[in-house]
Design a protein around this ligand. Structure first.
Ligand SMILES: Cc1cc2nc3c(=O)[nH]c(=O)nc-3n(C[C@H](O)[C@H](O)[C@H](O)COP(=O)(O)OP(=O)(O)OC[C@H]3O[C@@H](n4cnc5c(N)ncnc54)[C@H](O)[C@@H]3O)c2cc1C
Length: 389
């Protein structure tokens, strides 16, 4: 008898799960998504930084393993390297310490002076205030939709099936009779159910009686028009300014965390993770662009107000629900960590390996939702400052 695994959600996490699960013999994988055609979750909007070194060891492990899967898949991912730019003495000290820590973990990292920056970077970064930069050659840049489609195609070739227009509205998690039901009235029997609903995580968790402290937030990212021929170079971040930027083929993109967090309710997600542009983000992006060379600053041709998931400690939820033998969760996971998380969860499901305690779904039990919400929002601005992702 084959083991039936039903994954809810076909964003990068659900797809990475299908990719890993379908490598195993004796497993049938079905991925259900509420979207009619291509999924419209956070995955559709991510500009694709994959930073391998993280001050939190479990995130370094997940990123390293993810990048290895993306390398092997051979589509939509390249080891572009990542560059962290410092414009103050304190910023230089922080980067020096991160370079040292990354090296201690066996990753490649070096400190560059302003004169050492590659031409692909000085083409758009204003170097007049740059004191130093940390270069992390193992980091990568993903074209996230291309990468996700590549992983999905490989999973389908190995037998996984993906069913669109299947909004999950019921989960009966009990023992051998575990079953997932959808709005259209279909029923899917499962030995294991994996919730990979991203920002819709709280709604999915409520189907199994769980109050999940996962908090969606809105985030601005903009693209220039396709007017310039750029050289591909590293993904650039300015941790002191909470700003990041990259070249997307013939377009320049820039995003910023330097604003008050904007929480998003479940009821606002009916059309997906892409919201209407907020005029509040205009000045945020304008200010971010001061870090670019004056001649490349641009009036955005396309603007993303995209929603992603925050947690009270900026770590994913990865593991089995304590309330149930058959329901697992892989939510609040970045592209950076998705494939590594899928490998880790699959090993726990099939080999019984222990999952890291710090990712346990129930780790915030006993703390009020308001406190957790406030903690999560406090962490937003520092996502690319303390490298919590
Ligand atoms: C603007 C922006 C910038 C970002 N930048 C980066 C970055 O540079 N690097 C990085 O690593 N990450 C980045 N992220 C975060 C990253 O995009 C997400 O963490 C990641 O894509 C989440 O993937 P997911 O599969 O969990 O969720 P999603 O992509 O949201 O997929 C979840 C899927 O579940 C489906 N679903 C939900 N509920 C149900 C249901 N009841 N029934 C059926 N289907 C359901 C949804 O339709 C959706 O398709 C960014 C995100 C945004 C928005």
């Amino acid at each position: 008898m084959k083991r039936e695994v039903v994954v809810v959600g076909a964003g990068v996490v659900g797809v990475a799960l299908a990719h890993t699960l379908s490598e195993r013999d004796g497993v049938t994988v079905t991925v259900l998504d509420q979207c009619v055609q291509e999924p419209l979750g956070s995955t559709a909007f991510a500009p694709g930084f994959v930073g391998v070194y993280n001050d939190v060891p479990v995130l370094t492990r997940l990123a390293r393993d993810s990048a290895a899967v993306y390398d092997a898949a051979g589509v939509g991912f390249r080891r572009s390297g990542g560059l962290e730019v410092a414009t103050s003495d304190a910023g230089v000290a922080e980067i020096e310490s991160r370079v040292e820590s990354a090296r201690a973990k066996g990753l490649r990292a070096e400190l560059l002076g302003p004169a050492d920056l590659p031409a692909s970077v000085t083409a758009f970064v204003d170097t007049s205030n740059v004191l130093a930069a940390g270069h992390f050659p193992d980091d990568g840049s993903a074209d996230v939709q291309v990468l996700t489609l590549g992983l999905k195609t490989q999973a389908i070739e190995r037998g996984a099936r993906f069913l669109p227009s299947q909004r999950v509205t019921g989960i009966n998690p009990h023992g051998t009779g575990a079953v997932v039901t959808t709005e259209s009235g279909d029923r899917f029997a499962a030995d294991d159910i994996v919730l990979a609903g991203g920002i819709w995580g709280p709604t999915l968790a409520s189907l199994v009686g769980l109050d999940l402290p996962l908090f969606p937030v809105a985030h601005p990212y903009v693209y220039d028009s396709a007017a310039t021929v750029w050289d591909d170079g590293p993904f650039v971040r300015w941790p002191e300014h909470h700003v990041y930027s990259r070249i997307h083929g013939d377009r320049l993109g820039i995003g910023s965390y330097d604003h008050r967090p904007v929480p998003v309710e479940q009821g606002e997600l009916a059309s997906g993770a892409g919201l209407q542009w907020s005029t509040d983000f205009g000045p945020v992006i304008e200010s971010a662009q001061r870090l670019l060379r004056p001649e490349v600053r641009f009036a955005p041709e396309s603007r993303v107000n995209g929603v992603f998931a925050m947690t009270p400690d900026n770590l994913p939820f990865l593991g089995r629900l304590t309330e149930s033998e058959s329901v697992w969760m892989a939510q609040a996971i970045w592209v950076t960590h998705a494939a590594g998380a899928a490998v880790m969860l699959t090993e726990a499901m099939f080999e019984g390996s222990e999952l890291p305690g710090e990712l346990r779904v129930s780790r915030f039990e006993g703390t009020s939702s308001d406190v957790l919400d406030e903690r999560a929002m406090r962490l937003y601005r520092d996502i690319y400052a303390n490298d919590s992702q």
